[in-house]
Structure formats: C-alpha cells, structure tokens
Design a protein around this ligand. Structure first.
Ligand code: MN
Ligand code: MN
Length: 293
C-alpha cells in the first residue's frame, strides 16, 4: 500500500471518529424511540443534545484523543507522564463532558502522581478505549509498542481486563484496515475477542448501547460489520442512542479506516469544527511519521 493510501485511511479514521462524536452527541442518552420521535432518522450534524453543543462541536472523546496525540507528537516518542499531564490540563479546561472514571483517574494522577489505579470491576466503561486512536496511528508497524502504550494510557483511568481487551481489539482492527485494507483480518480479531470473552458476542445484537465497554463494542462491531458505507454505518450506530457520541466515534473510526476519508459525507466534514479538523489533519500526518521511523 502506498503512503498516500495509508494516509487516506488514517485520516478517514481520525476525521471519521470526530464526525461520529459530533453527530452522535445530539442523541446521547436518548432511546431509539425518543430519537425517532424527535428527529425521524438523525443524519445531520446539528449540535444540541443534553450538552447543548454548537453544530460541529466535539466532546470528551475527541478532546482526550487530541490530548493523547499531542503528548506523543511533542516528544516524538512515548512519554506516559506527558500523556497524563495533558489529561490534567484538559480536565482543568472545564470540558463540556467528562466520564466519572476518567475524572477519578485523572484527579488521582494530579494529586498523587500515580500513573494507574488498582484493577477495578467498575472500571469497565469505554473511556480508555475511546481515546486510543493516536496510539494506533503512531505504532502501525510496532505491535509490541502498540500493546504497551495502549495499556499504559488506558490504565491512567481504566484498569480492567474487559476495557483492556476491547481497547486492544478495536486498535488492531483499525490497524489492519489502515495497513492492509483487509476485512478478513478484522473478523479474525473480533472472533479472537469473543473466544476470550464471550460477553462481547453481538449476534444476535440486543440493542444495548450504554457506556459499558461490552455494550459499546457490541454496538460498534454489529453496525460496522453489517453496513456497507461510511454514512450508513454511522447513521445506524448513532440512531441506536445510548452513549451515541462514543459509539458513533468508534464506528466512525473503523468505517473511516475502511472506506477512506473521501467517503465521509461532505456535509459532515464541512460542519465539523474547523479548528478540530485542522488539528486532526496535522496530528495524523505527524503520528504516521512516527510509525514510519
Ligand atoms: Mn463524549
Ligand atoms: Mn459518550
């Protein structure tokens, strides 16, 4: 695959992620019925939602990803303290939204310098998984570093085997899509996850789309594997409601990597916060450079 192809898919993943966040935030915490009543089919980036967002504004999912990506770029290498410090700076910026587990972990680091908490059953939210794309982009050709960096950044806030397994699996799926453009490899990663933790099984899909990492992964994989375009994947995912900005972001990450940046609808790219879009394009180019060192 040429570098141009690689960049196209990497950019598709990161911009697709942000578009999913901005699209899904409007219907976060709604049920499919409530969404249908209010929007028919929700298909445009219009802002609003419980956070009262501007159209195109993104939430914690994209902000934390950018904070992580910037820490890697600033050092052109891995520096876990820099990652945690960027999370502290982000927390202090009074973000529109933050998950409880993320807040607790970042405050622990801020107050004690501890880079990870003890393993906890209730750390099985989707907050670590949702922000890992910059690690994937920086380690496309270094599986050992992918694993180490993914787990270290995750454990700042979430120390839980289900969260770890989901973060690694979605990361490997994106990597296969970006480097190989190969769906068979993706299905194999998904099968391997289900073999290890059968609770992630998404067939039949039961329609739960909460921030519990198991529900999140079921929703994202179900709609990713059962749709055939970027747009149909994202629309189906966010209209499931629940943690729709995060399921939308993760589905957008996979679909963007699969279909490439040119398949992201223009109306979504135009609406996306332009400063965020510029930042994502810059980070993607820089992170890919690190992969090719
Ligand atoms: Mn969010
Ligand atoms: Mn969310």
């Amino acid at each position: 695959m040429t570098n141009e192809h690689l960049l196209n898919r990497a950019l598709g993943a990161y911009l697709g992620f942000a578009c999913g966040d901005a699209l899904g935030a409007t219907v976060e915490f709604m049920t499919p019925k409530q969404i249908q009543k209010r929007h028919g089919v929700h298909r445009n980036i219009i802002g609003g939602g419980w956070l009262g967002l501007e159209a195109g504004q993104i939430t914690d999912d994209t902000q934390m990803s950018l904070a992580l990506g910037q820490a890697i770029i600033d050092h052109m290498d891995w520096n876990i303290e820099a990652v945690a410090d960027n999370f502290v700076t982000w927390l202090a910026s009074n973000p529109p939204d933050i998950g409880n587990t993320c807040r607790r972990g970042i405050m622990r680091y801020r107050d004690s310098g501890e880079l990870y908490g003890l393993p906890r059953d209730d750390d099985a939210g989707n907050g670590a998984c949702m922000r890992n794309l910059p690690v994937v982009l920086a380690t496309l050709n270094r599986p050992d570093l992918f694993r180490l960096w993914s787990l270290q950044q995750s454990h700042i806030t979430h120390n839980n085997p289900l969260s770890d397994a989901a973060t690694l699996t979605l990361g490997l799926i994106v990597k296969h899509l970006i480097t190989l453009g190969d769906s068979d490899a993706c299905q194999q990663e998904s099968d391997a996850l289900l073999n290890q933790y059968s609770q992630f099984s998404y067939t039949p899909y039961l329609g739960k789309a909460s921030a519990y990492i198991v529900d999140t992964v079921q929703t994202v994989l179900h709609y990713f594997f059962s749709t055939d375009s970027f747009e149909s994947c994202l629309i189906a995912t966010v209209n499931q409601g629940g943690d729709a900005d995060t399921t939308g972001a993760l589905a957008g990450m996979l679909a963007g990597a699969k279909y490439g940046v040119q398949q992201i609808p223009d109306r979504w790219l135009k609406q996306l916060d332009s400063a965020v879009a510029v930042n994502i394009r810059r980070q993607t180019t820089e992170l890919i450079k690190l992969t090719q060192l």
